[in-house]
Design a protein around this ligand. Structure first.
Ligand SMILES: Nc1ncnc2c1ncn2[C@@H]1O[C@H](COP(=O)(O)OP(=O)(O)OP(=O)(O)O)[C@@H](O)[C@H]1O
Length: 613
């Protein structure tokens, strides 16, 4: 049972997972030295400000992970900072201070934050929720939190907050080491995390969540878990803030702070970790010095800088700076060569158990308001069958494919995949039953490389690590064959956005095949391809059906192509199946000719008696 290498470029079968260390070792050493010597070189005021800025920067990292990497625009991270701070303030004020109480306050803050994050996550990311809805929920969260604090009266200190409680008796330099060290460790862990398999998955979700869903990835769960983990980090920052400052106030959990953090992330550079950290330190320290002397001018200056950066440097300051000094793409710190391996002589891991019938469609109907797009569609498809769905524009072919791959799509009827009724299953759950769907227009991850896109496609089969980054993946023979025959294996480090239309189509097909499905749904896979590319795809599809016993269901407008490769053809017209037979049946059908010439009536309509009309 081995995975064999496929080319000179990929001639190794060493460990598939390798460690990733960023190139910023000098930056790290400089930060450590700066942190150690800061009490001797920085004035007291600056040290005080930096303690606060370091804690803010930790929360900003969580905002960057959510917004920059995963595409979740959130105003709510301030709330978790506030919960951590208030848990500490409340415990120290009402129960007294001791080391034991501090540990209790720390864990109480983390627990409450995680609980709130879980509720917010479920509300924001339930299947079908839009990104806008998630942002609105995150907007409401700090407002609710502030109102809860106000309503707490003397218990929470209402609008005045809590102050004057006892805390750790450390000097400023110790606090700076503790909080600076916390920031340093959080930054390193975050860099490591975003360079891991899971970091790559987060970018995929940001780039194309629908594609992830159809790759069998439960994106809602990923986002909820991420939110819960990051709420704990923000809560620890809040705990340290409350211990250090010995004061907590409603503003710490408020909407304004949540919004300011978004500005810091945007200014520093989204999805870079280091950019938002440096941006926060720079802006917060500058604000501490300048906002007292120039309160209005400083705010105006900050607002203007934000607008200018967003317009002129949409990626933020750090990426622009790095580009200026010619270091290429900032975020990329991975120097290992990516490898594709052939998964040979092993049972395919992703392959769902085959049913007696691959696909069963019974009485399926689909309405859009009063528009009846699918009417009582019935057919079965077997493994090893290459079934083409044809019909004029608007016949309902794509709608039927959507109904097969998403249990929530149809208005009525039953569909079973490998003998399992799909009921109301979401697409990622239908994928678990053995289905793979390729969309009409090439649907890949524009910002990922070809290798990364294929690696994301393997998420269902190979659990992504939160620590390591996989640099070698084993593809099933069909997926590998597509990659090799289309030359994508020579372009593994190329970002998908640079690929031609045909290459994107091929990559998407390879991604779907990497799932190791036994039922393949393809919506016009040859659209926009050249003749040789069409021939190559046709040969691959017939081989998938014949040699791998895959059930291939194909929507296609090119009838010559359909006739060349299909073992069976279904003709759909105005949402009804009007013919289900062999290629010869279609070629010789008067009805099909009439349908394509626009003069055919539906059999159900033709069968109607004049008095019924
Ligand atoms: N979300 C929607 N809301 C309303 N009508 C829709 C929706 N999706 C599809 N339709 C309608 O359903 C009908 C069938 O559309 P569908 O895309 O399934 O046809 P098709 O056979 O795949 O066409 P084509 O070959 O042009 O892709 C069309 O009249 C279309 O306008």
């Amino acid at each position: 049972m081995v995975d064999s290498p496929i080319s000179a470029k990929t001639t190794t079968n060493t460990a598939a997972r390798q460690r990733v260390f960023g190139p910023s070792i000098w930056l790290l050493l400089a930060a450590i030295v700066l942190l150690i010597v800061s009490p001797w070189v920085l004035p007291q005021f600056m040290q005080n400000t930096l303690v606060r800025s370091c804690l803010y920067a930790v929360v900003v990292i969580t905002v960057d992970l959510l917004w920059g990497y995963t595409g979740i625009l959130t105003f709510g991270q301030a709330t978790f900072f506030g919960i951590g701070a208030y848990a500490t303030g409340l415990v120290f004020t009402h129960m007294g201070f001791s080391t034991g109480m501090a540990v209790f306050a720390l864990f109480a803050g983390i627990a409450v934050s995680m609980l709130v994050a879980c509720l917010v996550g479920i509300l924001s990311f339930y299947p079908g929720a839009t990104p806008l809805y998630a942002s609105v929920v995150s907007l409401v969260l700090p407002i609710v939190m502030t109102q809860v604090i106000f309503a707490g009266g003397t218990f929470t200190g209402s609008s005045s907050g809590l102050s004057g409680y006892e805390s750790f008796d450390w000097d400023t330099s110790t606090w700076l080491w503790v909080c600076g060290g916390f920031l340093l460790i959080t930054t390193l862990l975050a860099r490591r995390f975003v360079n891991s398999d899971t970091g790559r998955l987060l970018v995929a979700i940001r780039e194309n969540e629908v594609r992830c869903d159809y790759l069998g990835i439960n994106t809602s769960r990923v986002k909820i878990l991420l939110l819960i983990a990051l709420s704990a980090v923000s809560s620890v920052a809040g705990f340290l803030y409350a211990c250090y400052g010995m004061v907590v106030a409603p503003e710490m959990a408020g909407f304004q702070f949540g919004t300011e953090m978004l500005v810091w992330v945007a200014l520093g550079g989204r999805a870079t970790i280091l950019g938002p950290v440096l941006g926060t330190l720079l802006i917060d320290v500058s604000s501490a010095y300048l906002s007292g002397d120039l309160p209005f001018v400083w705010k105006l200056f900050l607002g203007l800088s934000f607008v200018i950066v967003i317009v002129a440097l949409p990626k933020g300051l750090l990426p622009a700076l790095v580009q200026l000094v010619g270091r290429g793409k900032f975020a990329s710190s991975i120097d290992q060569k990516s490898q594709l391996l052939a998964a040979q002589n092993r049972p395919l891991k992703g392959l769902a158990a085959r049913g007696k019938v691959a696909l069963s469609v019974k009485g399926v109907v689909r309405f859009f308001g009063s528009l009846n797009v699918l009417r009582n569609v019935n057919f079965d498809a077997k493994h090893g069958e290459l079934l083409s769905l044809v019909g004029p524009n608007g016949a309902g072919k794509t709608t039927l494919m959507r109904c097969i791959s998403d249990g929530r799509e149809r208005s009525g009827g039953d569909i079973a995949i490998n003998d399992h009724a799909i009921e109301k299953l979401a697409p990622f759950e239908c994928v678990q039953l053995g289905i793979g769907r390729k969309f009409q227009t090439a649907n890949v991850f524009e910002d990922l490389t070809i290798f990364d896109a294929l690696a994301v496609a393997r998420t269902k089969i190979s659990r992504p690590s939160i620590w390591h980054r996989t640099h070698a993946i084993a593809l099933s023979p069909p997926a590998l064959s597509i990659v090799q025959t289309t030359g994508l294996d020579a372009l593994l480090e190329t970002p998908c956005r640079l690929l031609s239309h045909g290459q994107k189509q091929a990559l998407e097909l390879a991604m779907v095949l990497a799932l190791e499905p036994n039922i393949l749904l393809l919506d016009e896979p040859t659209a926009g391809l050249t003749k040789p590319e069409r021939t190559a795809i046709g040969q691959t599809l017939t081989s998938l059906a014949r040699n791998h016993q895959m059930c291939v269901v194909l929507i296609e407008h090119d009838l010559d192509f359909v006739c060349d490769i299909s073992s069976r053809v279904i003709v759909l017209h105005q949402g009804e199946i009007v013919l289900d037979g062999s290629v010869d049946d279609v070629v010789n059908s008067e009805l099909v000719r009439d349908i394509y010439s626009g003069s055919a009536a539906l059999p159900s309509q033709a069968a109607q008696k004049p008095e019924d009309v």
